[in-house]
Design a protein around this ligand. Structure first.
Ligand SMILES: [Zn+2]
Length: 282
């Protein structure tokens, strides 16, 4: 999930909404996806669609339409999708039609969540195709924090950019833990020795141990991620360091350490400042 979050951050650097995913087969990452709705001006180009359409495209470069994503030769039941935000209703339906094996997501999607928050497309018995498991709450606060960094920015594409005032994400609390990760799922994910999840605690990779982003992700992890650098640009040590500073630590009790100061992503704000300077000069 840390890798998916970093892809989301790279998407943010590219002026996209920071929602991203990876697709794994066993321990191997076989595809990645990130929201591509702003640059493409196409509201359906969600991270999940990008990730799975690539799987088919790489098999046969002539096949690029969406129908061909439902390729019989790919055993989607063996794949796991890690996505920073709960799939929307559209994507949940897509994933069910593909026959995805399992979905693990970060934060809930309060407006359009398709795997439990608004609709439960993943397990609705009235729908065709097999149900799939969807587990939420993994790196939940980090996924929210990335989105907050996006939404505090000004929309420089707007004809008259609005400067958003009084938006402060420092020490802004996170909504209550709403993970649907059950004890058995937790053990399946983190091993038999892991203790059950406690209510109102963030998930930590190792029970009774806190974590910070720099403990989850290194440059080495990112260098092997397919498609990432080709599509979203080179990864620099400075970017990784900035990425770390966007998030709060989680302590050993699964609580957010609000005392630690966090940085805010500032690219668009800088752009707006430059525009402001340009206007003054004119
Ligand atoms: Zn979606």
């Amino acid at each position: 999930m840390a890798i998916a979050l970093f892809i989301g951050y790279k998407a943010l650097l590219n002026n996209e909404t920071p929602v991203a995913c990876i697709v794994t087969k066993g321990t191997q990452i076989i595809s990645i996806g990130y929201n591509y709705t702003n640059n493409s001006l196409n509201g359906t180009k969600h991270a999940e669609f990008i990730a799975f359409s690539r799987l088919d495209k790489d098999k046969d470069k002539d096949k690029k339409n969406i129908d061909n994503c439902l390729d019989d030769d790919v055993d989607y039941g063996k794949l796991t999708l890690y996505v920073t935000v709960e799939p929307c209703i559209m994507c949940a339906s897509y994933l069910r039609q593909l026959g995805i094996g399992r979905v693990i997501y970060g934060c809930s999607n309060d407006r359009f969540g398709g795997t439990g928050t608004i609709l439960s497309v993943h397990k609705d018995s009235r729908l065709p195709n097999s149900p799939f498991q969807s587990i939420g709450g993994v790196c939940r606060t980090e996924a929210i924090q990335l989105l907050r960094n996006f939404y505090i920015q000004e929309n420089v594409s707007a004809p008259v950019p609005k400067v958003k005032k009084n938006i402060n994400i420092d020490e802004k609390e996170f909504p209550p833990v709403d993970t649907n990760l059950l004890q058995e799922s937790f053990r399946a994910l983190y091993g038999e020795q892991s203790a059950p999840v406690k209510k109102n605690q963030e998930l930590t990779p190792i029970y009774n141990q806190g974590y910070c982003m720099s403990s989850l992700l290194t440059m080495k992890d990112l260098e092997t991620v397919p498609f990432l650098q080709e599509e979203l640009g080179n990864i620099t040590e400075a970017q990784l360091q900035e990425f770390y500073t966007l998030f709060y630590d989680i302590d050993r009790n699964g609580l957010v350490v609000y005392e630690k100061s966090i940085q805010k992503y500032q690219l668009k704000r800088r752009k707006l400042d430059e525009m402001g300077i340009a206007r003054v000069k004119n």
